[in-house]
Every structure is written in structure tokens, then in C-alpha cells.
Design a protein around this ligand. Structure first.
Ligand code: GLC
Ligand code: CA
Length: 519
């Protein structure tokens, strides 16, 4: 297990929208380098950068044309290597985005596999035997190539599925997971991973990590076997490299596949979803953090606790504020609600991720779709650095030429940094507490002392944390002589044996060391 994950706090960057260093209207690698001190200032010490490789950008860069080349709109490979180096000097680790399940249909491998006569790339993708045979229960395209066959899609039409074989097979064109062609795909993936790891990258966020072997069994055993093989490579050759899965099933991703971390995604059945984005539960928004909702922490804990207990000795569950696919939390939560949500996310075990802009509560914007973003585009708008500068300081380009519009009335970093009680400052204080108390970090013990509706009291080592997200005050029994307050959002009153936590408040106590012996 990479040592540095124990106290890692990640910052996710969508490169097109972070900072434009050369005034062409689009964010770039040099822009990220220039903002590394900002990332540190906030307390983050690791980055996940969305795909920054050569691509036609029909899915925001998740349609890769050349895995080993930085997209020219972001800079050069040398720039990325320079980013690794500068980040490391500042104590920041850098994860790239690995897209193992599909390439762009413009990738040279795919072009070769479309040729009418067999060649070494014929088995790199999933193809049926002839153009008139489709693929049951899966999206496919037929009739667009010289090759007679239908090819399978992994996501959008521009993203053909790479061939890692099939678990259950009932057609002769379905490769076995241990076939020569499936083996070659896996080796090609490892080659890409090694390429950037050798140049200084610290690991990968893995896109659709569960999607490799088709018709896999219910435990995804064949897909897990591929990742186990890759984990062995890392343990042997890159023991400090880290992998985080877009999977959201710690039993499979962490215990089965050997990922160091697994995202707790906003899937409808997930407990995590009940915290920030429970828009449609009983036809209303009953997210735990909404003061006016009917939130219930039990709905989170029932899902989370078994997953946490099963996986905690093998890897980390990663909670996040948002990502490039999900609506920003500020779409439905107030600033105060966001403070509580972040207080929770960044004091939980596992490795937390902050999405750029969420630290100031950037809004979800109603904008035209861009590069296959569709509804996701609203969470991908430019970072708002300074409200007094053109394009909020994101770019010096003419406002009509920037990647996506900025929110002219929205929050900005420059303004929030100045205010002690801003969302930015609050989050920063919480992240610093996490760095200060190892109990609050990834491996720290976690126990629920009390959880009822919108009230949660939990213990992390010697720290006791209480969160009241409701619109009325809550109380619990505890001797104040035993506790010493270390952090507070909102209000908290103590009597000799009771603690009252006001509506929408959060408090951290430390247990007094000598309590007991001195009384
Ligand atoms: C993942 C990415 C998403 C992308 C898709 C296909 O879900 O997060 O942005 O569109 O995979 O690669
Ligand atoms: Ca630029």
C-alpha cells in the first residue's frame, strides 16, 4: 500500500477548465503548474487530472487517440513531465486518468482492426463474425467499415470496446479472457501504464474499471484477475503507485481486483447518494445535508458500514464532493449545508477527493453541451479565480473565445480567501485538521456513537465529532469535563452532562487525556 495515501487529500482537475496560461481560451498543463501552490495552500496534496491525451474530444477526452501523447491543446509531454517534477517538489502526487475499456474510433489500433483483411489488431476490439450479425444486449455498430463484422461499443458511438475477452461465451467470435488477443490487450494496457509511471506519474484513476471482460460472472472474477495481475506489476515495480477505481463496489474493486481505493459513486442504490444528491427519494430532495429535507443518516450507514468494515484493512473508500460527471453539490445545497457536507467528507476514513471549484461552491451552470458533456457540461465550467479579472481570472482570452462560459455572479477564490467564514476558509481549516490529527486520516478508526435522522455522532480515535444537519437543535449526554472543543461550525452549548448542538452545526471534541485520573 502506498504510504502517502494515509494522509492524501485529492484535488480533481478538469484540465480544459482550470487555468489557461497562454490565453488561447482553454486550460492547459502549464496552467496547472502555475496553480500548484494554490492546491497546497488549500491543503490538498494529490491531484487527479482528467484525460489530457491526444483525442478528438467527442467525450471530453475519454475517447483517446494516442495514450502516450499529451493533447496539443494542453501542451506537450515535456510539460506533463515538468508538472510531475514541480508537483513532487511541492509534496503533491499526481494521478492521471487511465481509460482501459475503450479507445477513440480514431485510434490507430482501431483503424487497423477495421481493415478487411486480418492483421495483428484484428482481435484488439470486439467484433462479430460478419456485418449482419449483431451483439445481443450490447450496443454495437455495423456497416461503417471495410471489415465485415459489427463492433461493440463501450460508451458513446466513438468509443469501441477493447477486447479483454468474455466470461460466458456462446458465440465463436467471443474470445476467452486467456486467449492470445485478450492477453495482448492487457499487455498493451500495462505498457501504457508503465510509460507514464516511468516518466514520474504516481498512479491512475481508472475509468469504468469494471467494464473489461464482457459477460463476466456476478463477482466479476475475470475482470478482477486482470487488475490483480496489474496490481502485482505495481507492487513489484512501482510500489508507491496508486490506483483508484471508478467501480463503486469495494467488495469487488478493493477485495477482488486489488485497487487501493474505490470511489463511492452517486449511484441510486448507494448510501453515498443519500447524503448530497438524494433528489428523488419520495419525490423530494431528502439529502441528509439539506436542512429542510427528511434526511436520515441510517440510509447512508446501512450501506456504508458493511462496505467499510469489509474493505478497511485492504483499501480505501473514496468519497468526493462531486466529479466531472455529477451535478455540483451547490446546485441544491446552501453554503452552510456545503460546509457541513465537507466537514463530514473530509473527516471520514478513506481517501477524500475535492472537485475543483467545489471549494468555493461553484454553481452547476445551465450551459450548452460541449464535447460530449451533455448535462455534465454544467459541472465543467471554468474555475473562478478572481471576480475582478476578465473571465474571472481563468483566461486572458476574449470572453467569447473561452472553453465554456464563467458564472459572472458566482463565487471566486480571491473573495473567499479573504473571509474567515467563507466556504473556502472553512474547508481549508477542516483539511488542516485532518493533516494535524492522524486519527482523522485514511486509516484512523471510525465508530458511530449515535445516528438518528439528521444527527450523527462519531468517534475517530480520541476525537468525537457531531453533526446536526437538521433545522432544529439536538442534544446528547456527555460530560463536558471529559471533552475539549477543537473545532466548530455553527453553535454548540455544553452543560455539566449535556451537549446541545444547534441546527446545521458541526463540532469536534478531543477527549481529555487525563480525564479519570484527575477526578
Ligand atoms: C467515465 C467517465 C466519463 C466518461 C465515461 C466513458 O464514467 O467518468 O466522463 O464519459 O467513463 O469513458
Ligand atoms: Ca491554454
Amino acid at each position: 500500500m502506498p504510504e502517502w495515501l494515509k494522509d492524501a487529500v485529492f484535488y480533481e482537475i478538469y484540465p480544459s477548465s482550470f487555468y489557461d496560461s497562454n490565453g488561447d481560451g482553454i486550460g492547459d498543463i502549464e496552467g496547472i503548474i502555475q496553480k500548484l501552490d494554490y492546491v497546497r495552500e488549500l491543503g490538498c496534496n494529490a491531484l487527479w487530472i482528467n484525460p489530457c491525451f491526444d483525442s478528438p474530444f467527442l467525450d471530453g477526452g475519454y475517447d483517446i487517440r494516442d495514450y502516450k501523447k499529451v493533447s496539443s491543446r494542453y501542451g506537450t509531454n515535456e510539460d506533463l513531465i515538468h508538472l510531475f517534477r514541480t508537483a513532487h517538489e511541492k509534496g503533491i502526487h499526481v494521478l492521471l486518468d487511465l481509460v482501459p475499456g475503450h479507445t477513440s474510433d480514431q485510434h490507430p489500433w482501431f483503424k487497423r482492426s477495421c481493415e478487411s483483411t486480418p492483421n495483428e489488431y484484428w482481435g484488439r476490439y470486439i467484433w462479430t463474425s460478419h456485418a449482419f450479425e449483431g451483439i445481443e444486449n450490447h450496443p454495437y455498430i455495423s456497416g461503417m467499415t471495410q471489415r465485415s463484422g459489427a463492433y461493440m461499443l463501450n460508451f458513446f458511438a466513438s468509443q469501441p470496446a477493447l477486447n479483454y475477452g468474455w466470461g460466458y461465451r456462446d458465440k465463436e467470435w467471443m474470445s476467452a479472457p486467456d486467449s492470445k488477443e485478450a492477453f495482448e490487450t492487457r499487455e498493451a494496457l500495462k505498457d501504457i501504464m508503465r510509460f507514464w509511471l516511468d516518466l514520474g506519474c504516481d498512479g491512475y484513476r481508472v475509468d469504468m474499471a469494471d467494464s473489461l471482460v464482457k459477460n463476466d460472472d456476478e463477482n466479476k472474477s475475470a475482470t478482477c484477475a486482470i487488475w490483480r495481475d496489474i496490481r502485482n506489476m505495481l507492487d513489484r515495480d512501482y510500489p508507491q503507485a496508486a490506483l483508484v477505481a471508478e467501480w463503486s463496489n469495494p467488495y469487488q474493486a478493493i477485495l477482488g481486483a486489488g485497487f487501493h481505493m474505490d470511489f463511492y459513486l452517486d449511484h441510486p442504490h448507494n448510501g453515498y447518494n443519500t447524503l448530497l444528491r438524494d433528489y428523488e427519494h419520495n419525490k423530494e430532495d431528502n439529502s441528509f445535508f439539506r436542512a429542510e429535507g427528511q434526511g436520515d443518516i441510517a440510509r447512508f450507514l446501512d450501506d456504508y458500514l458493511p462496505k467499510y468494515k469489509a474493505s478497511k484493512d485492504s483499501g480505501y473508500i473514496s468519497m468526493f464532493t462531486c466529479n466531472h460527471d455529477t451535478p455540483r453539490p451547490a446546485r441544491t445545497l446552501s453554503n452552510r449545508e456545503l460546509k457541513l457536507a465537507y466537514a463530514f467528507i473530509f473527516t471520514m476514513p478513506g481517501v477524500p477527493f475535492l472537485y475543483y471549484g467545489d471549494e468555493i461552491g461553484m454553481k452547476y451552470l445551465d450551459v450548452e453541451t460541449k464535447e460530449g458533456g451533455y448535462h455534465r457540461t454544467g459541472s465543467r465550467t471554468p474555475m473562478q479565480w478572481d471576480k475582478d479579472l476578465v473571465n474571472m481570472g481563468f483566461s486572458k482570452a476574449d470572453p467569447k473565445d473561452i472553453y465554456l462560459p464563467v458564472d459572472p455572479l458566482g463565487p471566486s477564490v480571491s473573495q473567499q480567501k479573504k473571509e474567515f467564514h467563507s466556504l473556502w476558509s472553512t474547508l481549508r481549516q477542516i483539511i488542516f485538521l485532518r493533516h494535524k490529527y492522524s486519527n482523522l486520516q485514511a486509516d484512523g478508526d471510525f465508530r458511530v456513537l449515535y445516528g438518528y435522522k439528521q444527527f450523527l455522532v462519531y468517534k475517530r480515535g480520541r476525537l468525537i465529532l457531531a453533526l446536526n444537519s437538521s433545522n432544529h437543535s439536538m442534544k446528547w449526554y456527555s460530560s463536558k469535563r471529559k471533552l475539549h472543543k477543537v473545532y466548530l461550525i455553527g453553535e454548540c452549548d455544553e452543560t455539566e452532562d449535556m451537549i446541545y448542538l444547534s441546527a446545521q452545526s458541526f463540532v469536534i471534541f478531543e477527549e481529555r487525556e487525563n480525564y479519570g485520573s484527575h477526578n
